[in-house]
Design a protein around this ligand. Structure first.
Ligand code: SF4
Ligand code: SF4
Length: 209
């Protein structure tokens, strides 16, 4: 009798726990679907997105797993992953998905959520590069590579790390070669539509997670 009551209590607690996990997953899934317009519920884990991705070998959470983790509500794991920073936004995953899930758009959105969260980025250098890229885009309405690298080098710790690793020397040599070939412009041109681009940025990136 005593055992039966304990068993019922334990079964009830299992059901509650499953509900809680399910609710959390559903909530996060609904939220990301609503914010991106991606059809994440349609994913059946065929892994074509991961097989098409040129940089999946460098990701700790593969593209097909990203979708599964969203369904499970594993927000923190996703925002702390290397994947959100390593992704190139090349959209190969989206192109190859048989269900038009919108994997690239989703990872892009997670990157934005990671930027606004207090979670420490797993790839701090890539996170700084991403932020600098967006700042330069807002400044001129387009990105000038020379000014981008200059702004990046002024971020805390970046120049020191590049000097230590020898990357700065390589960067200068590459920059000089590109300049001689006429591929690197030293004076940035401001895009005529810069105000519109700034407004777009504010709408898309300024809201908090
Ligand atoms: S290709 Fe599409 S359906 Fe297949 S695992 Fe990736 S997101 Fe899911
Ligand atoms: S958009 Fe990102 S996840 Fe998709 S294929 Fe390109 S690098 Fe991989």
């Amino acid at each position: 009798m005593h055992d039966n009551a304990a068993h019922r209590r334990s079964a009830r607690s299992d059901v509650n726990r499953r509900h809680r996990i399910g609710d959390r997953g559903d909530h996060f899934l609904r939220r990301v679907e609503g914010e991106t317009g991606a059809n994440l519920s349609a994913c059946y884990q065929c892994e074509r997105c991961t097989n098409a991705c040129p940089v999946s070998a460098f990701m700790d959470v593969k593209p097909h797993q990203v979708i599964r983790y969203i369904q499970l509500g594993w927000r923190e794991t996703l925002l702390a992953s290397s994947t959100v920073w390593v992704c190139l936004s090349c959209e190969m995953c989206t192109t190859y998905c048989p269900n038009e899930v919108g994997v690239a758009e989703t990872i892009n959105h997670l990157r934005k959520m990671a930027t606004h969260s207090t979670i420490r980025p797993k790839e701090p250098h890539l996170a700084v590069f991403h932020q600098t890229f967006l700042e330069e885009l807002q400044r001129f309405g387009r990105v000038n590579e020379f000014w981008l690298m200059g702004a990046l080098n002024l971020k805390p710790g970046v120049l020191k790390d590049k000097i230590r690793s020898g990357a700065l020397r390589q960067e200068i040599e590459l920059g000089y070669t590109l300049w001689r070939l006429g591929k690197l412009k030293l004076i940035p041109h401001r895009c005529k539509a810069v105000r519109g681009i700034r407004a777009l940025y504010r709408n898309r990136y300024a809201e908090k997670d």
